[in-house]
Design a protein around this ligand. Sequence first.
Ligand SMILES: Nc1ncnc2c1ncn2[C@@H]1O[C@H](COP(=O)(O)OP(=O)(O)OP(=O)(O)O)[C@@H](O)[C@H]1O
Length: 275
Amino acid sequence: MNAPVDQPPADRPTAGQAPVLEARGLVKRYGSVTAINGADFELRPAEVLAVIGDNGAGKSSLIKVLAGAVVPDSGQLLMSGEPVHFRNTRDARAHGIETVYQDLAVIPALDIASNVFLGREVRRKGLAGKLFRRLDMPEMRRQSSEHLADLKIGIKSVNQAVETLSGGQRQGVAVVRSAAFGRRVIIMDEPTAALGVRESGMVVDLIKQIRDRGIPVVLISHDMPHVFEVADRIHVHRLGQRAAVVRPGERSMSDVVALMTGATEPTEQERAGGS
Ligand SMILES: Nc1ncnc2c1ncn2[C@@H]1O[C@H](COP(=O)(O)OP(=O)(O)OP(=O)(O)O)[C@@H](O)[C@H]1O
């Protein structure tokens, strides 16, 4: 069971619980390039884990393996201590893992409710085969409105086409979709990269809200102030491996950048996956 949501993350009684999602010794090669070179990964219950690293360090490749988009050459994935095998993103989604990609996987011409339920449409009950039943738009609109209200996203109507929304609101729709279906893990790949200051702040608030409901979030970001604002722990990726895991309260931003570039050595504990 997840910890009570009203305690600060560092004090949540997660010690002794298996990580929600874990990877051991992942390897992924693309021809002669080794994108992931024996990487470990550990996401604990109800935490925001930031994944940072220089360009080409292998962050996207790691996240693609966790999301089922890439099958590793070797290594092991576990959920709550049980081995899992993802052949594709559908397998990962079936295990409750949702991913929000940087390039906003929303369809501008469709309305908000259709975007939230994209590929998982609710159909009216009836005798005909499921694929031939009519879409239940009122139900999808009702549920979408509830999810938007839950995450306090101020959009007047879910009948609005996504192309009428601001960048931040569009990202909000993508986050709502992940929160609606991500039962166990939500992965966000640079969710604020294309946004302005105010809209980025809105997405950071959404991440906190999702975490506070007990769903752990993996946040890939280059934005150090955001990482330090929202992350409970920071996974530093370097040369295809997890180089260190640190807590924002225990290291400065410049320390973390130095760990990322290799200018500073991690402590033994940080190298082994942190506290
Ligand atoms: N599909 C692919 N085919 C060939 N090489 C790839 C492929 N995907 C990634 N790579 C290579 O693997 C290495 C790691 O790339 P990856 O995108 O995982 O790093 P990253 O840390 O996410 O970088 P960035 O921050 O620049 O996105 C790079 O050398 C990249 O060129």
